[in-house]
Design a protein around this ligand. Structure first.
Ligand code: ADP
Ligand code: MG
Ligand code: MG
Length: 210
């Protein structure tokens, strides 16, 4: 549907948690090549906690659910990705305001706010080999699709393809942010773990919100 309520957002979060669990070993493997081998473990711990918290509290409005998600990620995920994902969800919450439902344009806006939060936190730019390199093309894509009048489902499907292309492009990049940057040129030739997990976030949205 083109109207997203709290229950649909809850389904998005659950689907993201499921995809993280399914890809935990892959994410950790990718992080072992250019980091410290904990990205899958970090996000799995965080998203398991989020699922539990939301199950217990069943938040009323979209902003509440997004806020609880962000706060739980900040407090349970160690490392760089906790504050980055946490800030992304807290920024989405701020944009959701007191709305009961969100439409396609609102979804584009909250995803833009998530990206702005990642940048505010981590100062990543295009080509730094981070989650930015998959999330930014996804956000640009959904903004264009919605501006073109496409339904949310199609807009999210396009955004997944954009994220996947951005994720693939991180392989060739030399890391300039985060742990992988310590490797310098040796970070090239490996797919970025955060770009991989954030593509799962967009894929989960395409499955749950449309
Ligand atoms: P840590 O590196 O602390 O162990 P994780 O392994 O959980 O944290 O997360 C690593 C991912 O975080 C990287 O693959 C990258 O995508 C992302 N990341 C790291 N630093 C930044 C940053 N400054 N801006 C955006 N993303 C970043
Ligand atoms: Mg790590
Ligand atoms: Mg770590």
């Amino acid at each position: 549907a083109d109207t997203v309520d709290t229950e649909a957002l809850h389904a998005w979060i659950r689907e993201f948690a499921r995809l993280i669990a399914e890809h935990k070993d892959l994410l950790t493997e990718l992080d072992s090549a250019i980091g410290d081998a904990d990205h899958g473990i970090n996000l799995h711990r965080g998203m398991s906690a989020v699922v539990e918290v939301l199950e217990k509290e069943s938040p009323g409005r979209p902003a509440e659910l997004l806020k609880r998600t962000g706060m739980t990620l900040v407090s349970t995920v160690g490392g760089a990705s906790g504050p980055l994902y946490g800030t992304a969800f807290l920024r989405m919450s701020a944009i959701a305001g007191d709305a009961e439902t969100l439409d396609g344009a609102d979804i584009a806006k909250i995803l833009r706010a998530a990206l702005d939060g990642v940048v505010a936190r981590g100062k990543a730019q295009a080509g730094d080999k981070t989650m930015y390199d998959a999330l930014a093309p996804a956000v640009e894509s959904i903004e264009e699709s919605i501006a073109d009048g496409q339904p949310l489902g199609e807009a999210l499907d396009n955004a997944v393809r954009a994220a996947e292309q951005g994720r693939a492009a991180t392989v060739a990049m030399v890391a300039r942010k985060g742990r992988a940057s310590y490797l310098g040129e040796r970070s090239a030739g490996h797919q970025d773990p955060g770009a991989t997990s954030v593509t799962l976030l967009v894929a989960a949205a395409a499955r749950a919100l449309a």
